[in-house]
Design a protein around this ligand. Structure first.
Ligand SMILES: Cc1cc2nc3c(=O)[nH]c(=O)nc-3n(C[C@H](O)[C@H](O)[C@H](O)COP(=O)(O)OP(=O)(O)OC[C@H]3O[C@@H](n4cnc5c(N)ncnc54)[C@H](O)[C@@H]3O)c2cc1C
Length: 437
């Protein structure tokens, strides 16, 4: 181990922070990782209850390629099936085949391709890409529900999240049927997807990924140690302050949300514009029900605005081991704001409200229901408002402070899934190690 240089300090012990620490260790760079919470894993943690149910923040699908890269490939189960539908006006449309069979959507999609113009915001982007009808009835209401913002106020880059086109979706669906594995579609943008990349789930829960990364890092991880300040001198990150004590650093890697990073940095104004970046808080109501196969597919999108939720996921349809036999789990995703009615509502009332709204989709939902477990996060989705798009694009290149890196889903302010976090972080750490060495 190279002890000549000061350690690289990592802020946060979620997947990004642990990948950074593990990766730098591989290059013999000394590291120190501070995690504010009592445990590692952040959004990639799972929770189990004594009745045999497993809950994640949202539903989590990871790839065999990520599991193999982390070294837990042999400890994962294959996911054989994954599917999505859109529930609209009392009907289920499978994605993408069902939507493609609706002549209204196809006709308006073709019409929009004929009169292409440069879209100025997300609403225009959806209409140009999918046609007026599909955009207005499905894509725009769903985007507004998860983001909490009007599609006219969102940047066109919201569409980057949906890079996997319809043609790719069809090919991957067919490959999944042929191989009996849930071939991924749109889960990795940094590495090409192909029929050899499919969904898996770690035995014992998602947290296994982070546990494996942390295995050889025990000596450098400090839990319950929130970083209070990142110290910058002459536009160079030189250290952090933790529990009132200053720690020198050769570089600082932050995985904290951007608006928090803006508050942490002392000695520079370079990241001040990040303070206005907005994240969408989300409440996940995990409804426990008798029976299985109650939804038409693993994920059901509900774009109609009178629903409390915009997405329902019956994870046991893809991962039967997440609920005991004869029972199932349906997760309702509800966008909200911190402190609003939804955020403050009791678990019981959230469960009741969801069951009330579910009755149209599952008529006997109430008879099947036997309680829920609620998870909340203030930072589920980065919201790409046009007003700070220029700063967001600048952040994609650099924080503007030498030796300060902002990585991970909330650090990069990007809709990253775990595999992309892993590849992007290992690549950045390789470069950093080369510079430091
Ligand atoms: C609803 C939802 C569904 C998802 N579904 C999938 C999926 O199916 N497949 C997939 O691959 N990915 C999925 N993801 C994405 C995945 O969960 C995240 O990308 C990933 O877990 C983020 O890891 P991270 O390390 O970047 O951030 P986090 O997990 O947020 O970790 C950041 C850590 O930093 C700590 N921290 C913050 N500030 C400080 C401070 N000042 N000092 C010290 N510590 C600090 C926090 O406590 C936290 O532990 C989903 C995400 C959501 C929200």
């Amino acid at each position: 181990m190279n002890t000549e240089i000061k350690p690289v300090v990592i802020v946060g012990g979620g997947l990004a922070g642990l990948t950074a620490a593990w990766s730098l260790r591989q290059h013999n760079i000394p590291v120190k990782l501070y995690e504010a919470g009592k445990q590692i894993a952040g959004l990639a943690g799972s929770f189990h209850d004594p009745d045999g149910f497993t809950y994640d923040f949202g539903a989590h699908f990871v790839t065999n390629r990520l599991a193999a890269a982390i070294g837990v490939g042999a400890l994962c189960r294959n996911v054989r099936y994954y599917g999505e539908t859109v529930y609209l006006k009392g009907r289920n449309y499978t994605y993408p085949f069902g939507l493609l069979q609706n002549p209204r959507y196809v006709a308006s999609g073709i019409a929009s391709k004929l009169k292409r113009h440069q879209p100025k915001n997300a609403a225009e982007w959806y209409r140009a890409e999918y046609g007026q009808t599909l955009a207005n009835e499905v894509a725009i209401p769903l985007t507004e529900a998860w983001s909490g913002a009007a599609a006219e106020d969102l940047a066109t880059s919201v569409g980057d999240k949906l890079q996997a086109g319809i043609a790719q979706s069809i090919v991957h669906k067919l490959m999944a049927r042929f191989t009996q594995r849930a071939v991924t579609n749109g889960y990795s943008h940094d590495m090409p997807e192909n029929p050899h990349v499919w969904h898996v789930y770690p035995k014992g829960g998602l947290g296994l990924l982070c546990q494996k990364l942390a295995e050889d890092l025990q000596d450098c991880i400090q839990l319950e140690s929130p970083v209070e300040a990142i110290l910058v001198e002459n536009e160079q990150a030189v250290g952090v302050r933790v529990k009132g004590i200053e720690q020198p650093a050769s570089a600082v890697i932050s995985t904290a949300p951007c608006h928090i990073l803006a508050k942490l940095v002392q000695g520079s104004d370079a990241v001040k514009p990040l303070s206005s970046f907005k994240y969408r808080p989300m409440v996940f109501v995990n409804l426990r029900l008798h029976g299985r196969g109650l939804l038409s597919d693993t994920v059901v999108w509900t774009p109609e605005r009178d629903y409390l939720f915009f997405r329902l996921t019956e994870t046991p349809l893809s991962m039967p081991w997440l609920a005991p036999e004869g029972k199932t789990l349906i997760t309702a995703d509800i966008g909200c704001e911190i402190g609003d009615e939804i955020w403050q509502m009791s678990d019981e009332e959230l469960g009741e409200r969801c069951i009330e709204h579910l009755r149209e989709i599952i008529p006997d939902a109430r008879q099947r229901y036997f309680g829920c477990r609620v998870l909340k996060t203030p930072i589920a989705y980065p919201v790409f408002l046009s007003q700070y798009e220029e700063h967001r694009q600048r952040l994609a290149h650099s924080t503007g402070i030498s030796g300060l890196y902002s990585i991970g889903r909330n650090g990069e302010f990007a809709h990253l899934l775990m595999e992309d976090i892993y590849w992007r972080t290992t690549s950045k750490m390789r470069q950093l190690a080369a510079n430091l060495n």
